[in-house]
Design a protein around this ligand. Structure first.
Ligand code: SF4
Length: 390
């Protein structure tokens, strides 16, 4: 599997909890930025001849990619189709903010080839949306999902957040029930993280808001586990559920399986050819570098500010750390052995002993052989397992 991630670091305004690479008030740079994305893709196609011959997943992330004009999205997809080739069933996801999704845009995105929308709802409560600084309200969130269905999107994902200051267990249950009533295909549920430097972090630090307790956060997560299982949603990754395997996020599974991907745009990361590459986070610098570069003689990563060569042990650690997040399939021993020429037992004997003795992970037999997977206790204490492989 091979995927391309495109970062669109523009937002109408910054949410109060957000520390992503994104900017508000730079709309005048959007057109040049979209052209630069195409330029970076063309350069990489020419300068990295060993790239896979077709793309399995494309992901427009942000920022707010639903601020892109649909013809820009179409041009980017045409470029990927022409330069790389798209697999017949390519998953093409675009992250959408409900405050920006008009019926006209939704239709045009579908026509442009986007076949999956990941809608950042976060909560159906106005109080939470205000507190988080989101630009949308409850009815826009519901309308966005209904509009996407009407436009023909058969694969819809929704993000919700728990542990929001003031959110009760009953509020969280109401959010889950509302999402279920909308019959979405995929759910990503994240605990609110207070990132230093954000307004929400400062508000909590200054005593203006009280953060949810760890116990309440754990209760909310367990409520989601039980509620969604009862409704037939498969829990396939620590924070992700879907209505069947066909709706699992194929692009994100590339990250979790530590497979190759190109990251294009300001602040994007690539992981390819045993290299991890980070692009400049500055939109201006990104555009400037791409405008100067030519496909014939530019370096393969013209916007890079950091390139790290990954040794085999680092790749093995990352394969375990990310793969253990996959709650259903975990890490397949034979796939690890095939990729690295050694078994998980040989590389991580002590780590394996510790996590299995503590009941955090176990071997489970599948038709293709044993997989190391988290137990329910391991799912609740996932960080303790992931840290074993850091
Ligand atoms: S919409 Fe997303 S990327 Fe933009 S500011 Fe809000 S959380 Fe950050």
């Amino acid at each position: 599997m091979f995927g391309i991630y495109l970062h669109f670091p523009f937002c109408i305004r910054r949410c109060k909890y957000c520390d992503f690479i994104t900017y508000a008030g730079k709309d005048e740079l959007m057109a040049d930025y979209a052209a630069s994305l195409i330029s970076e893709l063309r350069i990489q196609r020419r300068q990295l001849p060993s790239l896979p011959s077709q793309v399995d997943t494309v992901f427009f992330g942000g920022g707010t990619p639903s601020l892109m004009r649909s013809d820009w999205v179409e041009s980017v997809l045409n470029c990927i189709r022409g330069e790389f080739g798209l697999a017949p069933d390519t998953e093409i996801t675009l992250e959408a903010n409900p405050g920006t999704l008009s019926p006209a845009l939704t239709n045009k995105l579908r026509e442009a080839g986007v076949n999956r929308l990941s809608i950042g709802v976060q909560s159906f409560f106005e109080r939470d949306l205000d507190l988080l600084g989101r630009i949308h309200n409850r009815s826009q969130a519901i309308e966005a999902i209904q509009t996407a269905r009407e436009a023909g999107f058969c694969n819809l994902s929704l993000d919700l957040m728990f542990g929001i200051p003031g959110q009760s267990l009953a509020d969280w249950q109401a959010n889950l029930e509302q999402a279920l009533a909308l019959n979405v295909d995929h759910l990503s549920l994240y605990s609110l993280i207070l990132e230093p430097g954000t307004q929400l972090f400062n508000d909590v630090r200054d005593g203006k808001l009280e953060v949810a307790s760890e116990e309440l956060g754990a209760d909310m997560y367990e409520l989601a586990l039980d509620t969604l299982a009862a409704e037939g949603y498969g829990h396939y990754e620590i924070s992700n559920w879907s209505r069947g395997e066909e709706f699992e996020a194929r692009h994100n599974k590339i990250y979790w399986k530590n497979q190759p991907y190109l990251g294009v745009g300001a602040g994007a990361h690539s992981c390819i050819n045993d290299l991890r590459v980070a692009n400049t986070a500055s939109i201006e610098q990104y555009i400037e570098r791409l405008l100067k570069a030519s496909p014939q003689n530019a370096s393969a990563f013209p916007a890079a500010v950091e390139t790290i060569e990954l040794d085999a042990y680092t790749e093995q650690q990352e394969t375990m750390m990310m793969g253990m997040r996959l709650t259903r399939e975990g890490v397949l021993e034979s796939a690890f052995q095939e990729r690295f020429g050694v078994s998980i037992y040989q590389v991580f004997p002590n780590e394996l002993k510790r996590i299995t003795a503590r009941g955090l992970a176990k071997w489970r037999d599948f038709p293709d052989g044993p997989h190391l997977v988290l137990t329910r206790r391991g799912i609740l204490l996932g960080n303790q397992v992931f840290q074993e492989f850091v």
